[in-house]
Design a protein around this ligand. Structure first.
Ligand SMILES: [Fe+2]
Ligand SMILES: [Fe+2]
Length: 178
């Protein structure tokens, strides 16, 4: 497998760990437990920024290359590509609410939790569709030269600005298994 494909797959694993954490928070809060809103805010900032800055541009460059090789592939990318365009606003809308904290007038707490749960499920479906369908199309159509559009694809989304989020997720996982 080309290193750029491995890199995209690693990004997906990290995003799924963040979605796991968000869904755990939703489940706890819906059962009446305390919501870790700081964790939710860090997760939403990551889901708003990391894909938009690094992951989606790389995927879209590869989609464009594949369409150049075989215009028939366009249909395979249409839905996930449209979702790339919709996700930032969906992330921002939730972020605005959770940053303001419960009591923000745009939604009730129950509505915000419901929307957060649907948002996480939508992100998860997107990743699953890419893993199960879209990436297989890329692997069958792209040549070694096409993959080079991804360069070394070296940005690690779990480091730098997003490290505090992944440290918290790891700590929560460790305490859950204790
Ligand atoms: Fe994507
Ligand atoms: Fe992706």
């Amino acid at each position: 497998m080309h290193p750029v494909m491995r890199h995209l797959a690693r990004d997906h694993v990290a995003m799924q760990a963040v979605l796991d954490a968000v869904e755990r928070e939703v489940a706890v809060a819906e059962a009446g437990g305390p919501l870790d809103s700081e964790l939710v805010v860090l997760a939403l900032r990551y889901l708003r920024d990391f894909p938009e800055w690094h992951h989606h541009p790389l995927e879209e460059a590869l989609f464009a290359r594949a369409i150049g090789r075989d215009p028939g592939c366009e249909e395979a990318f249409a839905e996930v590509w449209a979702e790339h365009d919709r996700f930032p606003a969906a992330s921002q809308r939730l972020l605005d609410w959770f940053e303001d904290g419960p009591g923000a007038p745009s939604m009730t707490a129950a509505e915000a939790l419901g929307e957060l749960g649907r948002y996480a499920a939508g992100q998860r479906r997107h990743i699953r569709r890419e893993n199960d369908e879209v990436f297989l199309v890329l692997l069958s159509v792209l040549t070694d030269e096409d993959w080079e559009v991804g360069g070394s694809a070296s940005v690690d989304g779990t480091a730098g600005a997003f490290k505090p989020l992944f440290d918290r997720i790891q700590a929560a996982g460790a305490s859950a298994t204790r």
